[in-house]
Design a protein around this ligand. Structure first.
Ligand SMILES: Cc1cc2nc3c(=O)[nH]c(=O)nc-3n(C[C@H](O)[C@H](O)[C@H](O)COP(=O)(O)O)c2cc1C
Length: 394
């Protein structure tokens, strides 16, 4: 079973990840991981530093001559912020010694983990909460999950995502999304991300992209922020991954957990999702046909029925709330004095949704890889390939 852990603070020296359970013999390069890390850094709606330095994760265990060994994989990533501000962060984030005159952060930001994190861990300074709850952590998540993503890719399973809504701008219907996106991922979902990456907001429709950009620009000027909805597609999955027999083996539930555990995600839909509650049954369920094998005319279930893959593309949506750090302040209260006042502005994105697409594509990969390993098993890629490709399922 594949598991991963991330460690590290936003302004600490580095982020670290350990990925356990990847079979031996998977071909993997740091460059493969870097391409998704760089995608995570790009997108319209970023604040300030548009010219960023590329994130790069390097292996220090579990990979030898560009092949996994089956041992735990350690990934490390230097935090540029720490490197660049050597007079400040090594002092503020020092692992040893006393606090000295390092300033305490005492104004909790609404919409962040600040206030509850402070109450929970009984800190007198919000700094440790900010540092670990920050979405900087998603960089290491993308790195760790990209290893599982490569595992899937080598078995012909592709993942790709696109933005379908930013603020009030989006597609009008499920059918409109399907007619735009389905032809793009027909030959594999990697085409979907390649195509949507051409848009700064990761939207396939050029007119909508333009409107989304305008919406972000308007909200930036107003000093506020925006969220939205993305859709992730997975192609090449065999039928029967997951199970209906026990709650924690249901694949839709596992996928939802992976998405919802990502910073700022507030909801998940599979297939038609919430729209299915507004339709009658005949406009929701996918009829079964038979022609030298079972087929579906539609895929409104989003490739999952009874907690198991149907063999159709998996369609998952996630909704992201607007970023909580905004130029126009929100009201808060100082944790020491209780005096109500306004939040202070720090550099922040206006809309991180295009970047969050890459995180969502990544976090579902270990879930799907585990479902595949559970069904077909194996300790090495050769063994898995034999079992999987020689089964009727692939
Ligand atoms: C890719 C990504 C980038 C983000 N960038 C920012 C940001 O620049 N500023 C900010 O205030 N929140 C940002 N967030 C959102 C916060 O991390 C999130 O709202 C906060 O951690 C609270 O998480 P919760 O809503 O899941 O409780 C970002 C989230 C993601 C996924």
């Amino acid at each position: 079973m594949i598991r991963y852990f991330t460690a590290g603070e936003s302004h600490g020296p580095q982020l670290t990840g350990i990925v356990e359970g990847i079979p031996a013999g998977l071909s993997i390069h740091e460059g493969y991981i870097e391409q998704h890390l760089v995608r995570r850094q790009q997108g319209y709606g970023r604040g300030g530093r548009m010219a960023f330095e590329k994130d790069h994760a390097f292996f220090s265990s579990g990979v030898r001559f560009s092949k996994t060994t089956g041992a735990p994989i350690t990934l490390s990533m230097i935090n540029r912020a720490y490197e660049k501000d050597k007079d400040n962060w090594p002092v503020v984030m020092a692992a040893e010694g006393e606090r000295g005159d390092v300033e305490k952060i005492t104004l909790p930001r609404p919409g962040h983990a600040d206030l509850v994190g402070l109450q929970k861990y009984r800190f007198d300074d919000i700094r440790p909460v900010i540092e670990r709850s920050s979405a900087r952590e998603t960089a290491m998540r993308v790195a760790c999950c990209s290893v599982a993503r490569k595992f899937l890719l080598d078995l012909g399973i592709e993942i790709g995502g696109h933005v379908i809504q930013i603020g009030s701008v989006g597609y009008e219907s499920w059918e409109q999304i399907r007619s735009t996106a389905d032809p793009v991922y027909e030959k594999g979902a990697e085409n979907l991300y390649r195509e949507s990456d051409l848009s700064e907001v990761r939207c396939l429709d050029p007119n909508l992209s333009e409107k989304m950009r305008d919406e972000i620009m308007v909200k930036r000027k107003e000093g506020t922020s925006l969220g939205g909805v993305y859709e992730i597609i997975v192609t090449g999955l065999p039928p029967g991954l997951g199970s209906y027999v026990q709650w924690d083996r249901k694949l839709d539930g596992q996928l939802a957990q992976a998405i919802l555990s990502t910073q700022a995600m507030k909801g998940v839909e599979i297939g038609l999702g919430f729209e299915s509650g507004r339709r009658h049954g005949h406009a929701v369920h996918d009829e079964i046909t038979y022609n030298a094998g079972f087929r579906r005319r539609t895929n409104r279930a989003g490739g999952i029925e009874g907690g198991m893959t149907t063999g159709m593309p998996v369609i998952i949506r996630g909704v992201m709330k607007p970023i909580p750090t905004m130029l126009k302040p929100l009201q808060t209260a100082d944790i020491e004095s209780g005096i109500e006042q306004e939040t202070r502005y720090e550099r922040s994105d206006v809309c991180a949704l295009p970047r969050a697409v890459v995180v969502a594509e990544s976090v579902i990969a270990p879930v799907l890889a585990n479902a595949l390993l559970e069904k077909f098993g194996g300790d090495s890629m050769n063994e898995i390939r034999e079992r999987y490709l020689e089964s009727d399922e692939s």
